[in-house]
Every structure is written in structure tokens, then in C-alpha cells.
Design a protein around this ligand. Structure first.
Ligand code: NAG
Ligand code: NAG
Length: 415
């Protein structure tokens, strides 16, 4: 028998009344409870509260912007001679980001005014257009850099068009903002939005597409069906860069052995002024296929021309380095790289173009999807607001390898 129980018996011996005994137990319990609550080890709520207060205070004091919730983005260089990067103002605040760009996360300021904040190291992000020649060795880079700000590598052109010495810039950038789906901030030329849910389905590494219904009992677009009868020409190609890394010019030439391919622009015999509405209408009324051939074979790289074509009543024939299933709905295009030979491709185009129902089935997606667009600054803003962003440091030690390794010279197609 332990000392505690023995002494308890001794004490209890003097107390006969069970009511008083109950009172004693109650008081003891209260004393113990009070101790527990006061204990610094057990009062997690208090600790958490103090911790959160402290981190909020420290992040507010280290924050550059006027309000701790607003992030500031400086457009350091121009975008093809445009200091506004196609935005409507020199400086856009949260209101413009929300109302004009429709950003889901809009608590940011985007400016090209270098003196918008009193010092360049105060911006949360500094965006560089890596297709411009800005010599880093000269005074064209910020004079001061803070550890907590992100330098952004922004680019819409494929690697072949990067007029810039990237090997000088190893370890310079913290974030990438390009069309590539493995960029930190994805900057797509266009988006596919589900009409029913409003969700952006693509581009995405693994989109979940609805299944195309097939030709029989499938989607019969009367407009396309009617237009099909008037479409007497096979394929149109609009092109201004004649010799390319992808050798698309070769593919077009070889296709001309099978049917007529009308080449508009510098590299062909036909011309149609840019912006002339007739050029677009002719795609609806005259042509069965629109050639969307990319100048280089790079991961995820497709140009806006492809998205323009999807707005018309014409089937795009694509040739590029992208996995097009990450970008467009199935059965909405013909991918040249899916064929073994150019002759197989030509045969297939003849088959699709020769049958109204088959042709119209390529437009099934319009019942479920629409084209959308987004500003990359929305995603950049969201990125800067991600919890823990300011605590996580990253940089691209070999930006040139990251950028160039996404391209290849060979396509699947056998010439
Ligand atoms: C599609 O609709 C047209 C009339 O708009 C009709 O002539 C044609 O037979 C239909 N095709 C299919 C496969 O239902
Ligand atoms: C950005 O990269 C620089 C240089 O590598 C590094 O010192 C800095 O900590 C990085 N900042 C962020 C926010 O990742």
C-alpha cells in the first residue's frame, strides 16, 4: 500500500460526511484543472496565437508595399518596344486587376514606372522580357537586389527567338513565366474553358476532356455542314518566316504534291492584308484546312494563330513540338506528327475533307467548350500571394539549359 493511499485514509478517517468529501474532491479537481490551463506547455492555443501575431508583424515590417497584402510587380524591360506589355495603363492596381484583367487574386500593383516605389529592391517581383536585348553587364539591370524579391524570366517566343545571351544569366532568375506548362507562371496564348462549369480545362499537363461523340449520331453543326459545300479549296497557310528549324516549309511543299496548298505572305505567291476581314472570312467559306505549322518543335509551344483558327469554321492541321492533347480538345484538329508519312497525312486530310459529316464532327467541342484568355499577371500575382512564398527561395542556376532543352530538331513524321 502506497503512502498516498494510506495518508488519504487517515484524512478520510476524520471526515464522516460524504457531502464534505465530495466538496473536497471537487476543489482538488478545480485546482488541478487551473494548473493545466495555466501551463505554458499545454496551452497550444495561446502559443499558436502568439506565433501568428509575431509572423504577421515581421512580414508586415519586411513588406515593401503600402499594405501588407498588396504585392508590387515592376516591368523592368519593354515587351517588343511596348513598356506597357499590352496592358492598358502604365500602372495597374488591384481594382484594374480585378475589373479589367478579371484576376481571381488581384491584390497586386503592376507598373512599368521604375520610380513607383522609392527603391528598386522594394518590388516583390521584377519582370524581364528575355526576348529583348538588354545587356546585363551595362546599367540596365537593377542596381540593388533584395533576397526576398523574385526576378522573373518572361517570354512568349520559342527558344529559337530568344535574342538574348542567357549564358550570362545563370542563377539570375527566380521564376519563369512562359508558355511552357512547367513554368512557375504559365502564360498561354489561349485557353479552353468548359461552358457548363466555367473551369479552365487547358492548357494543362493532364486535362480531363469530355469524350467526342463520334461521327454517327454525333454533333451536326448545321453552319459547318452548310459551309462545307462551298469550301472548294483544300488548305491555306499564312506564313512570314520562310526558313525554319522545324522545316515546316518542307512539309507544306510535300503536301502540295497531293493537293493545292495556298501560301499567303512573304513565303508564298498569294497575299491577304493583315486585318482585312475578308482574309478571315475566306477561312470559313473557301478552305477546308488551316495549316498551323510552328517554326520550331518545342514542348508546349503553339502560337496564337492556332487559337485564331479555332474561332473560324475551319479544321486546323497542326505541326509542332507540343503534345496537343494538353492544349486542344480531342478531335478538333489533325496532328501531322500522328502520321508515319506525309502521304498518310495527305490521305487522311482527303478523307476528312471529302465527307461533310466527318468534317463537321471536328466541331463537336463547341457545344461544351469555348475559347478563353488570361493575363499572365493574374497568375504571377497569385503566385506572389501563395502562403510561404517569401520563405521559399529558388533560382534557375542554368536558365539556358532549362529553356533550350525543351526543343528538338526532329519530328515524328518521316519525310
Ligand atoms: C446533318 O445535318 C444536315 C442538314 O443540316 C443533314 O443533311 C445531314 O444528313 C446531317 N448529317 C448527319 C450525320 O446527321
Ligand atoms: C532569387 O535568386 C537569388 C539569386 O540566386 C537568391 O539570392 C534569392 O534568394 C532568390 N529569391 C527568391 C525570393 O527566391
Amino acid at each position: 500500500m502506497s503512502m498516498a493511499v494510506r495518508s488519504a485514509r487517515f484524512v478520510l478517517g476524520g471526515w464522516r460526511c460524504p457531502l464534505l468529501l465530495l466538496l473536497l474532491v471537487l476543489v482538488a479537481t478545480l485546482v488541478i484543472l487551473h494548473r493545466v490551463v495555466q501551463s505554458p506547455l499545454l496551452n497550444q492555443y495561446e502559443i499558436l496565437h502568439k506565433h501568428l501575431e509575431k509572423t504577421a508583424a515581421s512580414s508586415a515590417s519586411s513588406s515593401s508595399s503600402s499594405s501588407s497584402s498588396t504585392r508590387s510587380i515592376l516591368l523592368w524591360s519593354e515587351f517588343f518596344g511596348d513598356p506597357r506589355w499590352k496592358l492598358s495603363w502604365d500602372t495597374l492596381g488591384p481594382q484594374e486587376l480585378r475589373e479589367e484583367l478579371h484576376c481571381p487574386v488581384y491584390q497586386c500593383e503592376v507598373t512599368n514606372q521604375h520610380d513607383f516605389l522609392p527603391a528598386v529592391e522594394l518590388y516583390d517581383a521584377v519582370v524581364f522580357h528575355a526576348a529583348e536585348m538588354f545587356p546585363l553587364t551595362l546599367e540596365r539591370v537593377p542596381a540593388k537586389r533584395s533576397q526576398r524579391q523574385a526576378y522573373v524570366f518572361a517570354l512568349m517566343e520559342p527558344p529559337g527567338e530568344t535574342k538574348h545571351r542567357l549564358d550570362d544569366e545563370q542563377g539570375f532568375y527566380n521564376l519563369t513565366m512562359t508558355y511552357r506548362l512547367d513554368s512557375d507562371v504559365v502564360w498561354p496564348y489561349g485557353q479552353i474553358v468548359d461552358i457548363e462549369t466555367g473551369a479552365v480545362v487547358a492548357p494543362s499537363p493532364n486535362p480531363s476532356w469530355r469524350r467526342p461523340p463520334g461521327v454517327v449520331g454525333g454533333y451536326n453543326d448545321t453552319e459547318v455542314y452548310d459551309l462545307w459545300a462551298s469550301k472548294t479549296k483544300m488548305a491555306a497557310w499564312f506564313v512570314s518566316h520562310c526558313e525554319t528549324l522545324s522545316k515546316r516549309e518542307e512539309l507544306a511543299k510535300r503536301l502540295q504534291e497531293y493537293f493545292q496548298v495556298d501560301i499567303y505572305g512573304k513565303c508564298g505567291t498569294l497575299s491577304c492584308a493583315r486585318g482585312d476581314p475578308y482574309c478571315d472570312e475566306m477561312l470559313d467559306t473557301d478552305y477546308l484546312f488551316y495549316l498551323a505549322f510552328e517554326n520550331s518543335l518545342c514542348d508546349d509551344y503553339v502560337t496564337e494563330k492556332l487559337f485564331d483558327a479555332l474561332r473560324r469554321n475551319i479544321v486546323p492541321v497542326v505541326f509542332g513540338g507540343a503534345d496537343y492533347s494538353r492544349i486542344l480538345p480531342p478531335h478538333s484538329y489533325i496532328d501531322a506528327n500522328r502520321f508515319e508519312t506525309i502521304s498518310d497525312l495527305a490521305l487522311h486530310m482527303n478523307f476528312v475533307g471529302g465527307d461533310a459529316s466527318e468534317y463537321a464532327s471536328y466541331f463537336w467541342w463547341r457545344r461544351h467548350y469555348r475559347l478563353g484568355s488570361t493575363s499572365p499577371f493574374c497568375e504571377l500575382c497569385a503566385r506572389l500571394h501563395e502562403p510561404g512564398f517569401s520563405h521559399k527561395s529558388q533560382s534557375y542556376n542554368d536558365i539556358q539549359a532549362w529553356w533550350f532543352n525543351s526543343c528538338r530538331l526532329e519530328s515524328n513524321l518521316k519525310w
